[in-house]
Design a protein around this ligand. Structure first.
Ligand SMILES: CC(C)(COP(=O)(O)OP(=O)(O)OC[C@H]1O[C@@H](n2cnc3c(N)ncnc32)[C@H](O)[C@@H]1OP(=O)(O)O)[C@@H](O)C(=O)NCCC(=O)NCCS
Length: 293
């Protein structure tokens, strides 16, 4: 059946990338999940108070009904057997994700067969080879970073919008970034003159006491100088001050710099999500990294 066409918001657009839908499971439970038309998937994060197998079946059915290409699920590892019984593929496991105590599995299920294969095998393979070399961090003076304030929202949004053709959150929108900062999400920036030339944030998963390090962008003329490693290192300290025991990231698997930056900072590669997220040029493969803080 023909896939319904989707009007894609630009990075500066405030429009939500997905919408919450409620799934009624076969055993009577109800779970709210994200119908993510932007990345053409059904996504479920950290389900509670439901059994794994009925949830897995409902997610697959919901994706089929809505013609979404893929299911993505992040859930406690204790639920693993039920999702495996549904034929889902475990793509990664992040140790201690939930309050430093319980692991989180990342599952995928390809409704459209191509979503179970890498989008860019050659580019991802080259990055995999660089990761396998596991070079230590380069010794260089650490560039100073600053905690982003609401006054930096425009500079951050401009850098994100200039960097990414597609982006899975509205971080290219100044009002959205200002709201995130005002709501306590840590952002960090490096400035050159008045301009924000590099930024990153720690998107807090408050219910699990962990955070996704994200919104990583360095202006092209400033890349390869260690700015991203400085930003991420200081965000890790911000999270330690919040007593968060772990951090993680979902990194574009075809982009060397972001994967190497996380590896240099002691993050461990936990797995790969195939054709999962619309970012950069299209729906891309994502590497999962995490570490204890
Ligand atoms: C990814 C990005 C944020 C990295 O920023 P950065 O400030 O250049 O990062 P850093 O300099 O701190 O670290 C990158 C590391 O990768 C290395 N690197 C980058 N490309 C490389 C390549 N092709 N081969 C080998 N090493 C490479 C750099 O030399 C550096 O390592 P070093 O510390 O040993 O010198 C930047 O390239 C960018 O904005 N890219 C576009 C946006 C993007 O894709 N963001 C990621 C979203 S998940």
């Amino acid at each position: 059946m023909a896939r319904p066409s989707v009007a894609l918001p630009s990075p500066t657009d405030l429009a939500p990338r997905g919408r919450a839908i409620q799934l009624e499971l076969a055993d009577g439970a109800t779970v709210t999940v994200n119908d993510d038309a932007y990345s053409d998937r059904i996504r479920c994060d950290h389900p509670v108070a439901c059994a794994a197998e009925p949830l897995g079946r409902a997610l697959i059915e919901a994706a089929r009904q809505r013609h979404r290409g893929r299911v993505v699920l992040l859930a406690r590892s204790g639920m693993r057997p039920g999702f495996e019984a549904c034929g889902m593929t475990r793509e990664a496991t992040m140790p201690g994700f939930y309050d430093g105590r319980e692991d989180c599995d990342v599952f995928g299920y390809a409704i459209e067969p191509g979503r179970g294969r890498l989008a860019e095998p050659a580019a991802v393979g080259e990055v995999d080879e660089l990761i396998a070399k596991a070079q230590p961090a380069r010794q260089r003076p650490t560039p100073p970073t600053e905690r982003g304030a609401t006054a930096d929202a425009e500079g951050i949004a401009t850098l994100i919008a200039d960097t990414f053709q597609h982006y899975p959150t509205p971080t290219g929108n100044t009002a959205y970034v200002a709201e995130q900062i005002a709501g306590g999400i840590p952002f960090r920036v490096v400035r050159d003159g008045g301009d924000v030339v590099a930024c990153a944030s720690a998107d807090l998963v408050r219910g699990a006491c962990t955070a996704e390090l994200t919104d990583c962008a360095t202006r092209p003329d400033q890349r390869g100088r260690g700015l991203m490693q400085a930003l991420l290192g200081d965000l890790m300290d911000d999270l330690r001050r919040l007593r968060y025991p772990t951090a993680f990231t979902l990194a574009r698997a075809s982009v060397a710099g972001v994967n190497l930056a996380f590896q240099r900072l002691g993050f461990v590669w936990r797995g790969q999500m195939t054709r999962s997220c619309r970012i950069g040029g299209g729906i891309e493969d994502m590497n999962v990294w995490s570490r204890a803080l």
